[in-house]
Design a protein around this ligand. Structure first.
Ligand SMILES: CC(=O)N[C@H]1[C@@H](OP(=O)(O)OP(=O)(O)OC[C@H]2O[C@@H](n3ccc(=O)[nH]c3=O)[C@H](O)[C@@H]2O)O[C@H](CO)[C@@H](O)[C@@H]1O[C@H](C)C(=O)N[C@@H](C)C(=O)N[C@H](CCC(=O)O)C(=O)O
Ligand SMILES: Nc1ncnc2c1ncn2[C@@H]1O[C@H](COP(=O)(O)OP(=O)(O)OP(=O)(O)O)[C@@H](O)[C@H]1O
Ligand SMILES: N[C@H](CCC[C@H](N)C(=O)O)C(=O)O
Ligand SMILES: [Mg+2]
Length: 427
């Protein structure tokens, strides 16, 4: 990774340095400082001090953290700001975008320090006024965002994920909360029971608890219509999106744009409808049979999605990623059995784990096995679900866990597999 500022080249890789380059020291690469010196490097910069080398006063950085909803909320903010006529960059799980153009594909949700600064520089070179970024818990813990000054920090929710990495839910919650402990402006989901934040410069949104931006009524008809208050005034927006959790994501996006831009709330609410959602997140692939692809890959994410279709006969297809949190697996099975009529357990990205054993872990949470189908081949599992969906007009087929991921990871190899394309083959 390299960044050029005023003809000076900054790198975070000791193997790329020479006399003319500057080595950027981070938590990840401090062990390579000696090797950088041996390669002739004379100038060193701490990653957190990069802000003194790059003038970022022309761009406002908006950071979004939380277990679920980061990608969706970030994309909604990006879409609204673009529609309001601003120049904007977006960085997250699905890649890096500037003014509606894809600059880089899927990599990390939050890049390493130098990557963040390099993207911000690119965005400024293209005259962007806003830089919207997802902030993962890994990035907070590994200090990948150190040195960035945020105009606004947004919190979506904190439930369980990544316990393979963070070891305990307490540690995970603490890491997430640490992002919200300074005096930067922040926007908090007031309905999250575990979030802790510095109340200075705090705004909030929610539905159940009093908040700055508060939902007063909503309905789901041809998408959703939402009414909310800001202090005394009432506003409303509509959207083609579904699911109560998307009310939260959209409200957070509307509130964020209200906080960081000069536009008034009426103007902001008007363009919400243009945002159709993110591909692979609650994406309707077919109406008859009714088939949805979604990225839910945690017990809470699954519960949110399944709950939204309580009035239907749910046929759910899912697995769980290998080399990731194992304890979430039976909990995911349990959520499926609480809501679904038919459960098809399959493979997600097994990585270096045995997919049969991952499936076994999931099935431990499924008490009633009458309507359980185990199909290790994901393509075949999707086909079976669609066949069942065709037989029952009151059904919905929910294919969860991989969203728009373009491949299945087996060992360290990536095999092309797109859930949406598999669905389209059979309808
Ligand atoms: C567990 C984890 O997060 N590992 C990250 C960590 O890896 P690492 O410490 O092994 O990296 P490394 O290869 O030793 O290199 C570290 C640094 O040393 C430098 N280096 C390396 C070799 C050398 O000779 N000289 C040298 O200077 C490298 O340029 C680099 O800057 O640092 C690397 C870059 O510094 C990351 O790419 C890597 O992420 C791995 C690939 C990863 O998969 N991370 C996932 C778990 C992750 O971060 N996911 C989150 C959240 C996902 C979500 O919820 O959506 C994300 O933000 O994407
Ligand atoms: N606000 C929310 N609350 C709970 N669940 C949500 C919320 N928003 C989205 N979800 C569920 O989580 C899934 C992932 O959503 P999204 O990609 O927006 O989250 P993310 O935080 O970026 O996830 P990741 O960290 O894996 O990239 C969605 O497909 C949906 O099932
Ligand atoms: N981006 C997240 C979610 C991936 C979800 C699932 N498809 C998996 O592989 O576990 C992660 O890296 O944990
Ligand atoms: Mg994401």
């Amino acid at each position: 990774m390299q960044l050029t500022i005023n003809n000076k080249i900054y790198t975070d890789n000791s193997q790329e340095v020479d006399e003319s380059k500057i080595f950027v020291i981070s938590k990840q690469n401090e062990k390579f400082v000696e090797s950088a010196k041996q390669n002739g490097c004379k100038e060193f910069v701490e990653a957190k001090d990069l802000k003194n080398h790059l003038d970022m006063s022309s761009i406002k950085v908006i950071g979004i953290t939380g277990t679920n909803g980061k990608t969706t909320t970030a994309a909604a903010i990006y879409s609204i700001l673009l529609d309001l006529g601003y120049k904007v960059a977006l960085q997250g799980t699905r890649g890096f975008f500037i003014n509606d153009e894809k600059m880089e594909d899927y990599t990390l949700t939050t890049p390493v320090q130098l990557g963040n600064f390099a993207h911000i520089k690119k965005a400024m070179d293209k005259a962007c006024e806003y830089f919207v970024m997802e902030v993962s818990s890994h990035a907070i813990e590994q200090k990948r965002i150190e040195g960035l000054e945020f105009e606004l920090k947004i919190h979506t929710n904190i439930t369980r994920d990544h316990l393979d990495y963070h070891k305990s839910i307490e540690e995970y919650i603490n890491v997430k909360n640490s992002f919200l402990s300074d005096e930067t402006k922040k926007l908090i989901n007031k309905d999250d029971p575990v979030v802790k934040f510095n109340p200075k410069n705090g705004y909030s949104y929610g539905m159940e608890n009093p908040s700055t931006y508060n939902v007063s009524a909503y309905s789901f008809k041809n998408g959703m219509n939402v009414m909310f208050s800001k202090i005394e005034d009432m506003y409303s927006f509509s959207s083609p999106m579904m699911g109560i959790f998307n009310i939260y994501n959209l409200l957070a996006a509307v509130a964020a744009v209200d906080i960081v831009s000069e536009k008034n709330l009426e103007e902001i609410c008007e363009v919400v409808d243009n945002f159709a959602g993110v591909s692979g997140r609650m994406e309707t692939i077919s109406e008859e049979p009714f088939v949805i692809v979604d990225f839910a890959h945690t017990p809470d994410g699954m519960k949110e999605v399944l709950q939204s279709f309580n009035h239907k006969d749910i046929i759910v297809v899912f697995g769980a990623g290998g080399d990731r949190d194992q304890e979430k697996r039976p909990l995911m099975g349990q959520v499926a059995s609480n809501f679904a009529k038919t459960i098809i357990v399959t493979s997600d990205n097994p990585r270096f784990e045995d997919p049969d054993l991952i499936i076994e872990d999931i099935c431990k949470g499924i008490k009633n096995k009458d309507n359980l189908i185990i199909e290790i081949n994901r393509k075949e599992a999707i086909r079976k679900a669609i066949d069942l969906g065709k037989e029952n007009p009151n059904s919905v087929v929910l294919i969860l866990g991989k969203g728009d991921e373009p491949y299945q990871i087996i060992y360290d190899k990536k095999f092309p597999l797109v859930d949406k394309e598999e669905v389209l083959k059979h309808i």
